[in-house]
Design a protein around this ligand. Structure first.
Ligand SMILES: [Fe+2]
Length: 246
């Protein structure tokens, strides 16, 4: 059925070998974050499976334009201007409409607008670093931003995060929230990243890497990257909050 009714057909089991383990000591934070006890499966109740349904009317004009949504009038964020676009897909490759996407990232120098970020790179007064959009009827989305810079983090002695954008995807209920990170094709830091190294399968890593997409660049304005997100199924995108369990 492709008429917007909830999926009630075959259950697409997750491939446990595809997803990284929750406990991966080389990624230090996973030591305290990973569960110590066996997981429990809970039945969804109406509170988890109904509402909210997000609509385009809840968005502001510049919500998907990080170049301008925090900038002073007439100004724009510093950095390499890019478009990130793609589709949110279900396990059968069909577009998922009405999914709320939220994204957040560091500025071009690799610094977040966050009180706990003390990296020496300066804040950009015209860059806030977060935005949101909703997929259209075919599951398409697009945002404009600047390419974030890599940044060092206190894991090993000299560990750096590759340039990345954090994505959150909401379904039609509050329990249906998935979080992941998007990387950029060609970034030499990707294979060196302890978080990326928790993923055993090269194809699974590849799915987190947005491809350079010259065909969708806007002449004299922005380059483009393409990033599709697969919500379910054997080859779903890896989500940080779904490494184990459902
Ligand atoms: Fe980050």
């Amino acid at each position: 059925m492709d008429n917007g009714t909830p999926e009630t057909g075959a259950f697409f089991e997750r491939d446990r070998a595809w997803h990284p383990k929750a406990f991966t000591p080389d990624y230090k934070s996973s030591v305290v974050r990973s569960p110590r006890r066996a997981l429990l499966s809970l039945e969804n109740s109406p509170g988890e499976i109904t509402g909210p349904v997000f609509g385009h009317d809840m968005l502001n004009e510049n919500d998907a334009d990080l170049i301008h949504n925090f900038a002073r009038p007439g100004e724009s964020a510093l950095g390499e201007r890019i478009i990130v676009h793609g589709r949110v897909l279900d396990e059968r490759g069909r577009g998922v409409s009405g999914a709320l996407l939220e994204f957040w990232q560091a500025n071009a120098g690799g610094r977040y607008r966050h009180k706990k970020d003390e990296y020496m790179a300066p804040l950009d007064p015209n860059f806030g670093g977060c935005g949101r959009t909703i997929t259209d009827e075919n599951g398409n989305y697009a945002l404009r931003t600047i390419r974030p810079g890599p940044y060092p983090w206190p894991n090993g002695i000299n560990d750096w995060r590759p340039a990345h954008i954090h994505f959150s995807i909401f379904g039609h209920g509050f329990a249906q929230r998935l979080i992941t990170q998007m990387y950029f094709e060609g970034d030499p830091l990707i294979p060196l990243c302890p978080i990326v190294q928790t993923i055993n399968d090269e194809a699974a890593v590849k799915q987190l890497v947005a491809l350079f997409d010259k065909a969708h660049a806007t002449p004299f304005d922005s380059l483009a990257y393409k990033f599709d997100i697969v919500l379910r199924g054997r080859r779903s995108t890896l989500f940080e909050n779904r490494m184990e369990g459902n």
